[in-house]
Design a protein around this ligand. Structure first.
Ligand code: NAP
Ligand code: ZN
Length: 354
């Protein structure tokens, strides 16, 4: 086993504190990665706080991982020592079911093995997975991504979850020229959605709970911006959008937002609030509208997203923090105060001290 250091929640709702643990030994198909940066996703906070009801502790969160390869197994063909690489939300899947065979491993019928808060099978043993708020990780080659040369590492880390979470539904529901797209919630995943939707050629509107982030959204290339705290927003935009991507981390009144869709419009839910949401059937039937959901993306699609961002020089707006500030950062994310994603400087605040 390999010694690793990180920050973990030892129990539900506890602050994250330093944690030493063991990583599994790399096998022939594995890559050992020295982690340099890791983004803080709101999903990390939901899980540390057991808001989805399936958390195991101690938990080292983190699924927006970038770093460099420090060792490769004898069967590894796609990576060599020193390569700039990334790991996202999952580190294994069955590889045999229809979704896996079609490159949609996130929808593996047996369940994808999440990067943390899951159990990995390795050499017949069950090993708990632990995430990227740590100095190293061992991952099967198949689940490791290449970071294109022109993308700077720290602001690219959140592409591994935030980026793919928006790229996948935007491309699946064909955001592009002539399409009116709303991004609901300008947080970590929402802000990269604005950049990607614009790059795909769509007309992009941000729906945010206040006007505080308006200037920054326009700089990110949003075409327009509305506050959802203003009732006139819902009158002006009634029946306007082809596609709404709902990134909000808490439950909202879906009926209000569904009425903003035009005939055959779709709301895609990617935000994962703790509490259930309800809607009135008429909100759909009145204009043949749909509600859909989407979770991250497959490995092939994630590499495609990284290459897309590389071609268009798209990265995330990040606040780089030492790992010692992670608990404060969580509070700021929950109060919608982050601009727009925290990224932990693992290299300078954790790895160098171990
Ligand atoms: P985040 O940075 O906290 O952004 C969430 C945004 O939601 C906030 O910036 C805010 O936008 C809006 N919001 C938050 N509280 C609100 C409230 N009380 N009323 C109205 N609006 C509120 O979080 P994130 O990392 O982007 O993640 C967002 C959600 O997506 C989380 O639930 C996360 O677990 C989920 N997620 C899902 C996937 C997936 O694959 N489906 C992947 C990653 C994350 P404004 O300030 O603009 O209003
Ligand atoms: Zn995430």
């Amino acid at each position: 086993m390999i010694d690793a250091n990180g920050y973990a929640a030892k129990q539900i709702k506890q602050p994250l504190t330093p944690y030493s643990f063991k990583r599994r030994n790399p096998l022939d198909n594995d890559v050992l990665i020295d982690i340099q940066y890791c983004g803080i996703c709101h999903s990390d906070i939901h899980q540390v706080r057991n808001e989805w009801g399936s958390s195991n502790f101690p938990m080292v969160p983190g699924h927006e991982i970038v770093g460099s390869v420090s060792q490769v197994g004898s069967n590894v063909a796609r990576f060599k020592v020193g390569d700039r690489v990334a790991v996202g939300n999952f580190v294994d899947s069955c590889g045999e079911c229809k979704p896996c065979v079609n490159g949609l491993e996130q929808y593996c019928v047996k369940g994808a093995i999440w990067t943390y808060n899951a159990i990995e099978r390795c050499n017949g043993e069950s090993v708990p997975t632990q995430g990227g708020y740590s100095d190293k990780i061992v991952v099967k080659e198949k689940y490791v991504l290449h970071i294109p040369d022109n993308l700077p590492l720290a602001p690219s880390a959140p592409l591994l979850c935030a980026g793919i979470t928006l790229y996948s539904p935007l491309t699946h529901w064909e955001a592009g020229p002539g399409k009116k797209v709303a991004i609901l919630g300008l947080g970590g995943i929402g802000h990269i959605g604005v950049k990607i939707a614009h790059a795909l050629g769509a007309e992009v509107t941000v729906l945010s709970h206040s006007l505080n982030k308006q200037d920054e959204a326009i700089r990110m290339r949003a075409d327009s911006f509305y506050a959802t705290s203003d009732p006139s927003t819902f009158k002006k935009l009634r029946g306007y959008f082809d596609l709404i991507i709902n990134t909000v981390s808490v439950q909202i009144d879906l009926n209000k937002y569904l009425k903003l869709l035009n005939l055959d419009g779709t709301m895609v839910i990617v935000g994962l609030p703790e509490k259930e949401m309800q809607f009135n059937a008429f909100s759909l039937t009145n204009a043949r509208r749909s509600i859909a959901g989407s979770v991250i993306g497959g490995i092939k699609e994630t590499q495609e997203m990284l290459n897309f961002c590389s071609d268009r020089n798209i990265t995330c707006d990040v606040e780089l923090i030492p790992i010692q500030q992670v608990n404060e950062a969580y509070e700021r994310v929950v109060s919608s105060d982050v601009r727009y994603r925290f990224v932990i400087d693992i290299l300078n605040s954790l790895a160098s001290k171990t």
